[in-house]
Each structure stands twice: as C-alpha cells, then as structure tokens.
Design a protein around this ligand. Structure first.
Ligand SMILES: Nc1ncnc2c1ncn2[C@@H]1O[C@H](COP(=O)(O)OP(=O)(O)OP(=O)(O)O)[C@@H](O)[C@H]1O
Length: 836
C-alpha cells in the first residue's frame, strides 16, 4: 500500500481493529477522573453531601470494595523492601510525607503503597496518584498491575493537568467549559504576540511576556513582581505588560481557549473557595498520592490543601531534586509540609540502592558545596565500586562523537543500548549529540525534545480538526485557511470573522461562502468528530499535497509523523479528547519510535530524566556556562541549577561520565563574550580523588577551528577552564549545521546550538525573519537565551496582579455562562453538592 493511500477514503478504517491502549487485554475502562453521574447520584444523599471533611468522615467513607485477601505478589513485594520502605508504604497515617534522597526507593515506595492499599481491600478506582509526567504515571500504574495483576486495573495515575482537565470535562455543566479548547505554549505566544502588537526593539518578546505572566499566576504574585524576577526592563515598559496581559485574557475568552495555567487555576480557585465542593470532588478517591511533591507550585498546593481534609494524603519527594522553581515550584513547600498539615507523619529513606558509592561521593560533594543545608549524604547499599570520569573536548561535536563511540563499543561488547542514558541541559544543546548518534546509526529516543504536536506540519493538520471542536478558535481558522494558496492573513481573518459570526447566529457554518476544497474538508471533519482516526485520515488526505509543497525541503523527514499521529488518534473516542490529551500530556515525536522491544539509547534533557536510571550515564556539555547556566542570576536560580546537576549525577548506576567543552564559539557568532573563568562553576574545584580524568585524543571530522591556539589542557589542569583568549574567530562554515543555511542569509546573525536550556519558539527568536520559511527552523537558534521563557506545564489567574480582570461571565464570550468564582449556592445545590 502506498504511503499516501493510508490517508485515502477508509473502507476498513483503523477504528475497526481498534484495541485498548494497553494491548489486547480486556482492560476495564479506567475510571473517569471525577464527578460523573454515579458520583453525583451518590453525593446527592444528604448524609454524604454534608460530609464535613474531618478525619472521621474520611475513615467512614473508606469502605473496602474488595475483601482483603492475601496476594502472593504483595508478599514478595513487601519482602523486597527494607524496613524504612515497608514502614512508609504500609503506614496507617492519614497524612504522610516520605522525604528521601535520590535512588533511595521513593518510586518503589509509592508503588508499594498503592499495592498495599489494594491488597487491603481498597478499590484501585478510589486511588488517585498525581505525578509530573505521563511517563511516571504510566510506570506506577504498570508496576502495580505487574504486582497484583487484574486486581489493580482501574488505578488512577495521571499528571496534575490531566487529572484537572478530567475533572472539568466530567462535569462540564457545572464548570461550564464545554467546547473550550486547551491551547499550548505556541498558541499562547501567538495570542501574546497579537496583544503585544508592534512594539519597538528591546521590548520583551511575546514569549518573555508569557513567561512572566505564567510565573505570576503560578506563584500568586503581582505581574510587576514577576517582571522584576525575570526581566531586566524599566518600570515604564513593565507598566505596559498589564494591558497586554488583559488583552491576552480577552482574546482567550473570545476564542474559548483555556491555557495550561487556567486548568489548574480554575480547579484550585474553586476547590479552595468551597469546602463542600472539595468534599464532593474527593468522593471519587479516598486516597490521594502525590509523587515528586517538591515540584508542586502554590496552585497545585492549593488543590492538595483543599482536598487534604477529605482524603488520605500520601506524598513523596526530595528537596534536593526540586528543579521546577522557574515555573513556580516552591522549594520550601516540602520543608513547610508539617506547618501546613500538622497532622502529617514524616518518614525518611536513607539507603541508596541505585549507584555505587563513587558516584554518590561526587553527588554528595556537589550538594555539600551549597550554602543551603540539604542534610543529604547518600550512602550506597551496593558494595561494588566505580569512580566517575571527566573528559574534556575542544568542541561539543568531538564530545558527542566520543560518547557515541563509547556506546558503540559497549554495544559491540554485547551491552544493550538501553543501558546508556545521555543527559543534556536542553533540547537545543542535545542537537550535536543527536547528530553523532545518527551518524553512527545508533537508534535513540529523545525525551524532552520538540513534541510531536508542536511541529509545524502537524499543527497545520490539527488546526483543521480544532475548528470542528471549537468554531471560535481563531488561531486554528487562520492557520487552516492560510494553507490554501491565495488566502493570506487578511483574507483568512475576514473569513474567520464571517464564519464565527454565522456560527453565533445559526449554530453552523455557511459552506457556500467557502472555497469548495475548504468546505468539503470541513464538512467531512464535522461528520467525523467522534472518530479521531478517520478525522486525521481525511485531513491528511486533503492537506498532504499542500503540506508537501510547503515543507518540500525536509518532507521525507516530516511525512512519517502523520503515521504516528494516526496511530495516536486510534487511542481516543472523540476528536476533542484526542486534541486535548495531547496538548495536556504531549508526546515527544521520538518517544514512540521503534517497537516496544527495540533497543535504543536514551537521550534526555535533565528535566525529563527525573525518575530515570541507567547503567551508564553520560552528562553531555557540563562545562561552565551550563552549571550553573549563564542565565541563572539570583541565588535561587543558581541553587536550582545545582540541584539540576545533582539530579543528573544521581541517575547513574554503574558508570558516570561527565563531558565538557573547553571551547566556546567566539564572537561574532555568539554574543558570549564572557570570560568563562569568571563564571561560577559547580565542577571547578572537584577533588581529584572524586573522578578520573580521561584523556581523549581529538577524534577526526569534528568542528576544529583552523587557528585555534591551544590544545586541550593536560590532565593535571583539566579541572581548570581554558581562558577566553584561546577563542579565535570561527569561520561560518565551521559551525555545526552551517549547511542548512543558504548563502543568501546574513551569516553574521546566525549561530547554532548555543541557547542553553530554553525552548523559545522559533518565531520568537530575534532575527527569525532573516530565515526564510523553507529552511528547517529546528536547526537554528540565535544568540539569545532568555532564561526558561517557556514553561511547559503551568497553571490561571487568582488575579495575583490587580490589572487583569477576574474571569466572570461578563468578560467572556456571549455564549459562556460560567467560570465565575466561586460557584453560587444555587449552582452547588443544582449539582447535588450541597442541599441548602
Ligand atoms: N529495597 C530495595 N532493594 C533493592 N533495590 C531497591 C530497593 N528499593 C529500591 N531499589 C532499587 O533502587 C533503584 C532506585 O529506586 P527508586 O527509583 O524507587 O528511587 P527514587 O528514590 O524514586 O529515585 P529518584 O528520586 O532518584 O528517581 C531502583 O533500581 C530500585 O529498583
């Protein structure tokens, strides 16, 4: 079958052979997250709706749904735990905090906790685990199922956002966001770009404004305070950001959009504002378990706090692994746990089962250098020894080539590729590593890179589907219409206004006013709204010829993504659900490559590597400027970067190799004119006993500046950084990826791979307009690196800043009737949440 024929009219559609996401097993449908009909019926009984949320009400409602019977899986699990873990996982405390260091078995303990509860007779349906990544939610669920078998089916484990959107969706009449579209960071930036308008050079970019606005919402501070933390701008400019945020909110309301921040904020505000509502929501799960609690931000805390009186709360975390401060995570929340919830019992786990003592010694040393007292000295249970290695290179490319060579050698000696984990600070900084792996033909999966649904060709296709779910989605209309030759932004905006107006008046579109191809596709998609795979097929069938032209330069690379998209769509029962789930929990485009048994190297950003471990870990590009990052200015930011390094080091089981590059591209290719010796650097004075220096002969075919004055320092000096005077001008043609930039682009404006740990949408990069559309943007960065501008997982508005209006019926779209805070007594009564 030809490739395009997959997208031709379906006779034997994929839906006919649709299997459950977890395979052929007849898996009971996971419980919907929250108040659904049965729950509503149940809470309508006065005795229960008046639950006050005291301990006794929690205990009374904890009626076992399965008889407690011995299960051999649980017995052997309990035997495999140490005393501390066993005590922590079987506690009777209603509120518990397990605070422990890296590799001490926190994940093992939360899994054991779930298994213990179920074996005691608690229904898996009434256990809700909240995690920070889809991967760890899936891991917890799968491992509990491995231990207990079918008895564990129905355990709820999801990310905070996924859980919160489930809550909004399962009782839409109450919350009032039916038909609203969840938008991702790219769409947010587009709205901010419009709200920002034509401001002069030097004014914060749309991405930066979005970043500070999100920060304000997450930490609950005023916008102007967030600006002071994040941006170095005058008060006059800062004052202009309030109206921009207000306009953003207005546009969101008109387009019926929810951003990431809205999802948690709406839930947090409502639960925090109404105890009966919190009690009602908590009816769906008697046990709430939170993984990585150190990464919760004030909004997430608000939710936990509101639910705490009504459930058994079990939290695990490690303060030394708190690395999400940039999106509002409160490092102190774990320290203040007992103040917030005095009833809590604390448990600690102190023995590390993952790493050799040599690896832990280096990790411990890194924390010991901190002015903060982490009070963590990891001790290995393992008796084998290994000493970490440091290898220094003259360029990132030679470092990447060497790592790839090491992995290839180990594979030749029979080791699995999956035994190797390569860690980089950002998707951008991992690029040269990807190139080296590709060159050697080593399959890899990349965690934390560009997400599938973020790529332009996929967004083009999905825009079409989005209109059918939310006819007011202006961003989607415009993206869809401008795909067609002859329709520019102005015409697209006119058609959008026209059609949304018609929709408000008639509840449908006027197809006669649209061009035939547009009308046909739209009509087909409207009919297929309950069939996501058919929708994807139809949209692909119509649009692929257009997209093929639009992305001609790298079409062969992009076209396979449509297969993946089609595969993903089969896991869902409606287009709305499909679109939403993949915005909430996006899948990296490489996460699904290879079959489940295929062997591949794992390449990950450090932030995405939480909870991972591997026999051999390579920390790529750990030089000055990265640890801490040059963008880390405040003490808190520097400390957070120390913890990022700590997370990276503690992923290693048997061997740990740190690489760094002594050379940085000189001006004019970057704006880095810094003397690197003057930068703070966590690994500058590492005692020689803690690592072995590997002297690597410079490999062939790597970036090698022609007039370089120095060779890598001899081993004795390798803990020192080579001074800046060794950086010579590097001709453009020696820069990696230079060949993707055509000759007519002004090369002076371009550098590559040098924007550490930022995911700035291409269109937000300065100079982006110097690069024509047919150049693959992924390969290009410019010499800017705003610090963590785009956070990918953040929550909405308590209006911590006075200048942005509260969400209320008055400032929403005419059709919208709810969203006001808090719910009225009438609303609560109507939904059986209260009876008076
Ligand atoms: N009691 C035990 N006996 C043997 N191995 C154990 C025990 N507990 C945990 N382990 C192993 O130790 C490793 C680390 O465990 P786990 O991932 O649960 O730690 P963690 O505290 O969640 O780590 P991190 O926070 O660093 O991701 C895993 O390989 C796990 O199988």
């Amino acid at each position: 079958m030809g490739w395009l024929s997959r997208f031709e009219p379906v006779r034997h559609g994929l839906n006919e052979t649709k299997s459950s996401p977890s395979g052929s097993r007849d898996e009971p449908k996971r419980s919907s997250y929250l108040p659904h009909e049965e729950t509503l019926a149940a809470v309508s009984t006065p005795a229960e709706t008046t639950a006050t949320g005291t301990n006794s009400s929690w205990r009374e409602s904890r009626v076992p749904e399965f008889p407690a019977t011995p299960i051999s899986g649980i017995q052997s699990l309990m035997r495999s735990l140490n005393d501390q873990q066993r005590r922590a996982s079987t506690t009777d405390s209603r509120i518990a905090l397990v605070r422990a260091g890296a590799g001490t078995g926190k994940t093992a303990t939360i899994i054991a906790r779930c298994a213990h509860l179920i074996s005691e007779g608690v229904s898996p349906n009434s256990i809700q685990v909240l995690t920070f990544t889809r991967r760890s939610a899936a891991e917890i669920r799968e491992r509990v199922e491995e231990i207990l078998g079918p008895r564990a089916y129905g355990l709820n484990a999801s990310t905070f956002h996924s859980w919160a959107i489930g809550l909004l969706r399962n009782s839409e009449e109450l919350w009032g966001y039916a038909g609203w579209t969840v938008i991702d960071a790219d769409d947010q930036v587009s709205l901010f770009r419009e709200a920002r308008g034509r401001r002069p050079r030097g004014f914060p970019t749309a991405g930066q404004i979005m970043g500070v606005y999100s920060l304000a919402r997450n930490v609950g501070c005023r916008l102007s305070e967030a600006v002071k933390i994040r941006l170095d701008i005058s008060e006059e400019i800062s004052a202009e950001l309030g109206p921009i945020a207000r306009e953003y909110e207005r546009q969101k309301s008109l387009g019926k959009y929810l951003d990431y921040d809205d999802i948690l904020d709406i839930v947090g505000q409502h639960l925090g504002g109404s105890e009966p509502l919190a009690a009602w929501v908590a009816q769906s799960f008697n046990h709430l378990l939170i993984d990585e609690v150190q990464d919760t931000n004030p909004l997430q805390w608000k939710i936990i706090h509101a639910l705490a009186p009504h459930v058994s709360l079990y939290c695990v975390g490690d303060d030394a692994q708190s690395i999400y401060g940039f999106r509002g995570a409160d490092f102190e929340s774990i320290h203040n746990f007992k103040d917030a919830l005095p009833e809590a019992d604390e448990f600690s786990l102190t023995v590390n089962y993952r790493s050799t003592q040599g690896i832990l010694d280096l990790s411990n040393w890194v924390l010991e250098q901190s002015p903060l007292d982490y009070n963590k000295k990891l001790v290995a249970a393992r008796t084998e020894s290994s000493t970490p290695r440091i290898a220094e290179f003259i360029s990132d490319n030679s470092s990447a080539d060497w790592i790839a060579g090491q992995i290839q050698q180990s594979r030749d000696q029979g080791e699995a590729l999956r035994d190797n984990l390569i860690l980089a600070r950002s998707g951008w900084s991992a690029r040269s590593m990807e190139r080296a792996l590709l060159e050697r033909g080593l399959p890899y999966r990349f965690y934390g890179g560009q997400k599938l649904l973020e790529s332009a060709h996929i967004r083009d296709l999905l825009a079409t589907l989005r209109i059918t779910v939310n006819p007011f989605d202006k961003l989607a209309w415009r993206r869809f219409l401008t795909l067609y030759p002859g329709i520019g932004p102005v015409k697209a905006a006119r058609i959008t206004e026209e059609q949304t107006g018609i929709y408000i008046d008639t509840g449908g579109f006027d197809f006669y006013l649209l061009r035939p191809p547009v009308a046909i596709l739209l009509q087909e998609l409207l009919e297929a709204r309950q069939d996501p795979s058919r929708s994807v097929q139809r949209a692909a069938y119509h649009l692929i010829p257009i997209l093929k032209d639009k992305y001609a330069s790298d079409w062969t690379h992009r076209r396979h993504d449509f297969d993946l998209l089609l595969e993903l769509s089969t896991d869902h029962t409606s287009v709305a659900e499909f679109l939403e789930q993949h915005v909430i929990d996006p899948l990296s485009s490489t996460e699904r490559t290879g079959g489940p048994d295929s062997d591949y190297v794992v390449l990950s950003t450090i932030h995405s590597s939480k909870g991972m471990e591997a026999n051999n870990v390579y920390l790529f590009k750990a030089g000055p400027g990265n640890f801490p990052s040059e963008q880390a200015k405040t003490e808190q930011e520097i400390e957070e970067d120390r913890r990022v390094l700590y997370v990276a080091l503690t992923r290693a089981k048997n061997s740990l190799t740190v690489t760094r590059t002594a050379h940085h591209y000189p001006p004019p290719y970057t704006r880095f004119r810094t003397d690197f010796t003057s930068l703070p650097y966590f690994l500058r004075k590492v005692p020689h006993s803690l690592w072995d220096v590997v002297h690597v002969p410079e490999p062939r075919n790597t970036f090698n500046p022609p007039s370089r004055k120095r060779v890598p320092a001899p081993p004795s000096e390798q803990n020192e950084v080579i001074p800046e005077d060794t950086y010579d001008e590097v001709p453009f043609d020696d820069l990696p990826h230079h060949d993707i930039v055509p000759d007519d682009i002004p090369h002076e404006d371009i550098s590559f791979d040098i924007a550490p740990y930022v995911d700035v949408p291409f269109d937000d990069l300065p100079h982006h307009d110097t690069v024509p559309d047919n150049i693959p943007h992924e390969g290009i960065s410019f010499d800017i690196a705003p610090h963590n501008t785009v956070a990918d997982d953040i929550p909405y508005d308590d209006v911590p800043y006075n200048d942005v209006p509260k969400r209320s019926p008055q400032n929403q779209h005419p059709e919208v009737s709810s969203g006001a805070l808090p719910f009225s007594a009438e609303q609560l009564r109507a939904f059986g949440i209260t009876d008076q």
